[in-house]
Ligand binder design. Structure first.
Ligand SMILES: C[S@@+](CC[C@H](N)C(=O)[O-])C[C@H]1O[C@@H](n2cnc3c(N)ncnc32)[C@H](O)[C@@H]1O
Length: 198
């Protein structure tokens, strides 16, 4: 069992964030890659409401095993792969994925700029990637406040630091990507995401 990273408390957020991605990018077919899956909730929610093949990527075998077990228990008929790999060297050819998502993982990458260029490399022309962290736009405000508290407490306990929005922008700029935009969770002050297009 993965060390608790508030994954259980964050349960209400995952289906809403996936619904947001599906609505924003009109997702239903093709290949979706989830990078830094942890227990796999984003990829699992994507499988529930689309026909996409889901590729779960993590450097932790324990995380992948847990994601695979839950995927099996849901009796989903999407194609799925569970791959132990580092975002900085993704084992795919260029132009592989229609959609790539990565939530709450970039803060742990040794060279985030390299991870972002790898993501761009494996993205199909016309595809989109969303990388960063946050709770999404669809979460009700009351729940957002509760979950933000939970996240903050966890980060303090684990002595983890997150970059400011300005630091995040600088990190993305350093990657040399050209077709991207920085987003927050809508009008809220939470969330830091980069949307990458190819
Ligand atoms: C906080 S968890 C986020 C889990 C999930 N995306 C979520 O939102 O619930 C971060 C995950 O990123 C993974 N990770 C860290 N560095 C990575 C890297 N370089 N490449 C791939 N995965 C990585 C960790 O093993 C961990 O499972």
């Amino acid at each position: 069992m993965l060390k608790s990273n508030n994954f259980a408390k964050l349960q209400p957020m995952y289906p809403l964030l996936i619904q947001q991605f599906v609505d924003d990018y009109n997702l239903n077919e093709g290949i979706a890659v989830d990078i830094g899956v942890g227990p796999g909730f984003l990829g699992l929610e994507m499988a529930k409401i689309t026909n996409m093949k889901i590729v779960f990527i993590d450097i932790s075998q324990e995380a992948l095993d847990q994601a695979k077990e839950t995927f099996g228990s849901l009796d989903l008929d999407n194609e799925a792969e569970f791959i132990n790999a580092d975002v900085q060297a993704l084992p795919f050819e260029d132009n592989y994925a229609n959609f790539i998502m990565s939530r709450g993982s970039i803060w742990f990458w040794k060279e985030p700029e390299k991870g972002l260029t790898e993501i761009h490399r494996i993205l199909k022309p016309g595809g989109v990637a969303v990388v960063g962290g946050g709770l999404g736009r669809y979460l009700p405000e009351t729940m957002r406040a509760r979950l933000q508290e939970t996240l903050k407490k966890g980060q303090i306990e684990r002595k983890e630091k997150r970059p400011s929005l300005e630091e995040f922008k600088a990190m993305v700029q350093k990657s040399g990507l050209s077709n991207y935009r920085i987003m927050t969770d809508g009008d809220t002050s939470s969330g830091k995401w980069v949307e990458i297009r190819k």
